[in-house]
Design a protein around this ligand. Structure first.
Ligand code: GTP
Ligand code: MG
Length: 196
């Protein structure tokens, strides 16, 4: 079942003390810059331009909370892997994401995005390792699946499925914002976590 998301409120903050502290369940989306995070969020909630789809990676390090119909938060975590990010910005990013993941009691699921054409990067591996050790439930969405031919597709799915940092119990879902592939499977995983 997909939520009927008519009423969406955005709260954007770079300060952990301003993270929402109500009881609504939170579903967070994480991935490197340009992985297709905004496109995936827009596709899931059926809006064309709610989460900004950018051609130039943004610099501000914020967590975006989309409160949807007063039912859940869709949480857009700041992207990683910017080549030009300073050491100080990098530190701010880690501290913000770490605080979010470890201190959000109502975090039900992290959807970790990996570019299916590029495959898992070093930063993705660090994130996967981090998620596993934090114990938070997560799934992997392999984005931009429409860019691969059948051979590449099968080979990347095999590589992700056999990835040492992706436990067998973690679903790996090929996803295309262009074609809609994987949308209902991701919703199914989200609903499964909300029902618990
Ligand atoms: P930042 O917020 O800048 O870090 O990027 P992001 O992860 O939010 O990615 P975004 O959704 O802005 O997409 C980045 C680029 O990838 C854009 O040019 C999108 O059009 C393209 N893109 C996103 N999803 C898909 C997809 O499913 N298929 C294809 N072919 N391109 C995609
Ligand atoms: Mg984005």
């Amino acid at each position: 079942m997909e939520l009927n998301l008519n009423n969406i409120k955005l709260k954007s903050t770079g300060l952990p003390e301003q993270f929402p502290n109500d009881t609504l369940p939170q579903i967070a989306f994480s991935g490197r810059s340009n992985v297709g995070k905004s496109s995936l969020i827009n596709c899931l909630i059926g809006r064309k331009s709610l989460a900004r789809v950018s051609s130039a990676p943004g610099k501000t390090i914020t967590v975006n909370f989309y409160e949807t119909d007063g039912k859940i938060y869709i949480v857009d975590l700041p992207g990683y892997g910017y080549a030009k990010r300073s050491a100080e910005d990098q530190k701010q990013w880690s501290s913000l994401v770490d605080k979010y993941i470890t201190e959000t009691d109502n975090l039900r699921l992290v959807v970790q995005l990996v570019d299916m054409k590029v495959g898992p990067t070093k930063d993705d591996n660090m994130m996967l390792d981090w998620l596993t050790s934090s114990g938070v439930p997560f799934i992997v969405a392999a984005t931009k699946s429409d860019k691969l031919n059948k051979t590449e597709y099968n080979s990347m799915m095999g590589a992700l499925r056999g990835h040492p940092l992706i436990p067998e119990s973690v679903p790996v879902i090929p996803f295309s914002a262009l074609k809609g592939e994987g949308k209902s499977l991701i919703w199914r995983e989200i609903n499964r976590c909300l029902d618990k």
